[in-house]
Design a protein around this ligand. Structure first.
Ligand SMILES: Nc1ncnc2c1ncn2[C@@H]1O[C@H](COP(=O)(O)OP(=O)(O)OP(=O)(O)O)[C@@H](O)[C@H]1O
Ligand SMILES: [Mg+2]
Length: 261
């Protein structure tokens, strides 16, 4: 049987006295796409930050273990170093990804150097190929811009290009399409599906149930820090058990039409 790329067992995270992620269990195999949906403040970003090792210093992991393949990522509340080629993250706020003082091209170059691509021509080739994949076709303008000179959606697309450059084993994506227009959203969704075919496992947070329904193998529904429903895409979309999940689906016209025939 195919081994898990990532698994989480009994994860609980606190901010001070407040438990924001409660006893979460999840797993993901090679090439699988798992989306996490749920209301604002339910703990989705906190969960992704914990997996990526970028949890705010005021948060504590009280119980549980996160494994990347068979390696535990935390022990005694300390995060181990992970090969950043194996696991990458797209942030809810793309501004968090960039140094505001450096041009985009310079930052992309440094990222490539860090992962062993030092030849300038190869760097240019990779940058052009990846930016075109996320439909940023004016490559020179983008690479010569400071982050503030790009729109939020353009910054998000650059961060998606960078995070997917090396086809990570695990891609964590926190609302990657929320700042994008519908056409670009569809292109990014296709880009993710292609990556999953190339064996990248994707854990994605989204508020968009249509996107979740379109690309997920599995869906987890989060509420008040708990996973209240978790299963295969068809079970969640067509046979939801929880009232909250049903309400989410009913609020998405294209899905409720399918459900009601
Ligand atoms: N730095 C922090 N300090 C204290 N509490 C925090 C901090 N960051 C998040 N929280 C709290 O943790 C809970 C979960 O927040 P989180 O950002 O994970 O939610 P979310 O599901 O990603 O929400 P959204 O859909 O709005 O992005 C919320 O109650 C939030 O107020
Ligand atoms: Mg969030």
């Amino acid at each position: 049987m195919c081994k898990n790329v990532m698994s989480i067992e009994n994860l609980s995270i606190y901010y001070g006295e407040k438990c924001v992620v409660q006893h979460v269990d999840l797993s993901l195999k090679k090439g699988e796409i798992l989306t996490v949906v749920g209301e604002s403040g339910s703990g989705k970003s906190t969960l992704l930050s914990a997996i990526s090792g970028l949890l705010n210093s005021t948060a504590t992991i009280e119980t549980g273990t996160i494994y990347l393949e068979e390696t535990p990522l935390h022990e005694n509340k300390t995060m181990y170093r992970v090969n950043r080629k194996d696991m990458t993250m797209i942030f809810q706020n793309p501004g968090a990804f960039f140094n505001p003082m450096k041009k985009i091209g310079k930052q992309y170059e440094q990222y490539l150097c860090l992962h062993g691509v030092i030849d300038k021509q190869e760097q240019k080739h990779i940058q052009k190929m990846m930016l075109e994949k996320v439909h940023l076709c004016d490559v020179d303008r983008v690479l010569n811009a400071y982050p503030f000179e790009l729109s939020g959606g353009m910054q998000q697309r650059v961060s998606i290009a960078m995070a997917t450059t090396f086809k990570p084993k695990l891609l964590l994506a926190d609302e990657p399409t929320s700042a994008l227009d519908v056409t670009t959203q569809a292109d990014i969704v296709k880009h993710f599906i292609q990556l999953s075919k190339e064996e990248t496992a994707i854990l994605m947070v989204t508020h968009n149930m249509s996107v979740a329904s379109y690309l997920s193998d599995k869906i987890a529904v989060m509420k008040d820090g708990r996973i209240i429903e978790y299963g295969n895409r068809d079970d969640i979309i067509y046979r939801p058990k929880e009232a909250y999940t049903k309400a989410l689906i009913e609020a998405t016209p294209s899905l409720s039409e399918v459900e009601n025939g």
